[in-house]
Design a protein around this ligand. Structure first.
Ligand code: MN
Ligand code: MN
Length: 470
């Protein structure tokens, strides 16, 4: 059984290219979870969504067709369109995550060695550390001063900006390094960001003073001038090191996109767009949830394992005039969800890592994974056959190109997503997503046609999914 190549079904390139351009623009403005949330809020507000917090504060009630969103700690985001059917019949939910593997700056990061200034780091998520050296890097994030003022930081993206880097050893002296295993070639503690190399200028009469850190002192002075921050403010900062530069078309045929953070923004963006592009009153309440911390196990107050999704849904239901716990439980229990996360695209250069019949191929559309997990499906959500049949019906009716896959060869490894956390409520949920090459590398690859089929899939699901007899 082989699935069709989506490109062969394309009659008009224009909507695919237009969507790819929108997506690249989103990626360039959304390199961290916080930036994803701000662009999502912007997108939602421009599509008529109002902040649920404001609705609650004003004691307003919601009715069918109303559009609301909620931003959680600037790192997770949810949006709803209220349906005409009772919420107890469940919602049609699109979920994805907006955190991506990267390198975070430590809380006490600044140091100097041999006349060079560095920021010490701790990487976030599963990265191959050797991929992050000797390339231009940018710094994104926020510094929160003790008085609560937030200083946004983005350095390394504008043409005139400086960039940063993590150095590597020259080949001439790498005999010992090259003997090491790839996992040990560059160690976590060696991921230090080079940020400066010029000592602070001293007055003539200061010259006698012993100063062991003139380069970092200069950096601290620059940070004070530019951001009004002191070294101590690193304590309450979240600074993320990401590849510098924009997402680009890939290939002579421009059929693919090379970008940072496709995992999982290539699912998050089309999910959100499907919701914000929806017009009118849906039958069932529609929801899009973009969550943080998936790459480190969905933990923390902004991860899917937190109760914020449940709590915000309870608030939404309260605005519909129902405050009993049972309505909330029924709404979650009866829901249908596409939990979207990227799939490992089959890579002919690494064919032995995959099982060809059950691999996700670039260019064959959105991919559904009945299960994920590792070593005997461990840790997986395993979607119900009845639910998959419904999904197949919806996709075929809308002529969406889709494929099915597992993550790699059995016994080789595996991975998890947010699906198993949503399935805790008893709802029907299936993993779906777009195939990616070089997943978790600084620059990842997706196909434009898969991105667009993803968007079409989400549109079809929002209007087509309905309650199943469980
Ligand atoms: Mn990932
Ligand atoms: Mn992911």
């Amino acid at each position: 059984m082989e699935r069709p190549v989506a490109w062969t079904k394309v009659k008009n390139d224009e909507p695919i290219n237009a969507f790819a351009e929108d997506y690249k623009a989103f990626l360039d403005r959304s390199k961290t979870e916080r930036e994803c949330v701000s662009t999502s809020v912007e997108l939602a507000e421009s599509a008529g969504f109002v902040n649920l917090k404001t609705v609650l504060r004003n004691g307003q009630k919601l009715k069918a067709g109303d559009r609301v969103y909620r931003n959680w700690m600037n790192k997770s985001f949810m949006a709803f369109i209220v349906g005409s059917r009772p919420i107890e019949e469940g919602m049609n939910i699109l979920g994805a995550h907006i955190d991506s593997p990267r390198i975070d700056v430590k809380q006490n990061p600044l140091y100097e060695d041999a006349g060079l200034a560095y920021l010490d780091t701790h990487y976030y998520g599963g990265i191959k550390k050797y991929q992050w050296v000797a390339m231009p890097l940018a710094l994104h994030g926020v510094v929160v001063r003790k008085d609560g003022t937030r200083i946004p930081v983005i350095v390394g993206e504008d043409a005139g900006d400086p960039v940063f880097c993590i150095s590597d050893l020259l080949p001439h002296l790498s005999q010992e390094q090259m003997e090491k295993k790839a996992a040990k070639m560059i160690e976590g503690e060696a991921l230090n960001l080079l940020i400066g190399g010029r000592p602070i200028a001293k007055e003539e009469n200061d010259k006698d003073k012993k100063d062991k850190k003139p380069v970092t002192e200069n950096i601290v002075a620059l940070l004070r001038d530019r951001y009004g921050m002191e070294e101590e403010d690193f304590l309450s900062a979240e600074l993320e090191i990401v590849p510098a530069g924009q997402a680009r078309d890939l290939g002579f045929d421009r059929s693919m996109i090379l970008g940072y953070g496709h995992d999982d923004r290539c699912c998050a963006y089309p999910s959100l767009r499907a919701l914000t592009d929806f017009s009118g009153v849906p039958a069932y309440t529609l929801c899009c949830i973009l969550t943080d911390k998936e790459e480190i196990g969905s933990v923390g107050a902004t991860g899917m394992a937190s109760h914020f999704f449940e709590n915000v849904t309870a608030e939404l239901i309260a605005c519909l005039g129902k405050t009993d716990d049972l309505t909330l439980r029924r709404a979650l229990l009866e829901s249908r969800m596409l939990s979207s996360d990227v799939s490992a695209g089959f890579d002919p250069e690494y064919a032995s890592a995959f099982e060809k019949k059950n691999a996700a191929y670039l260019g064959r559309g959105i991919c559904f994974n009945k299960f994920t997990g590792s070593r005997g499906k461990s840790g997986s959500n395993d979607a119900n056959a009845e639910y998959i049949a419904l999904i197949r019906r919806i996709m075929d009716d809308a002529e969406v190109c889709f494929q099915t896959a597992e993550l790699g060869r059995v016994d080789l490894g595996g991975g998890g997503t947010i699906a198993f956390l949503c399935s805790k409520y008893g709802m029907n949920v299936i993993d779906s997503g777009i195939p990616v090459l070089s997943m978790h590398a600084p620059w990842e690859v997706i196909s434009k046609v898969d991105l667009y089929e993803g968007y079409r899939c989400y549109n079809a699901f929002l209007t087509g999914a309905e309650p199943l007899e469980n």
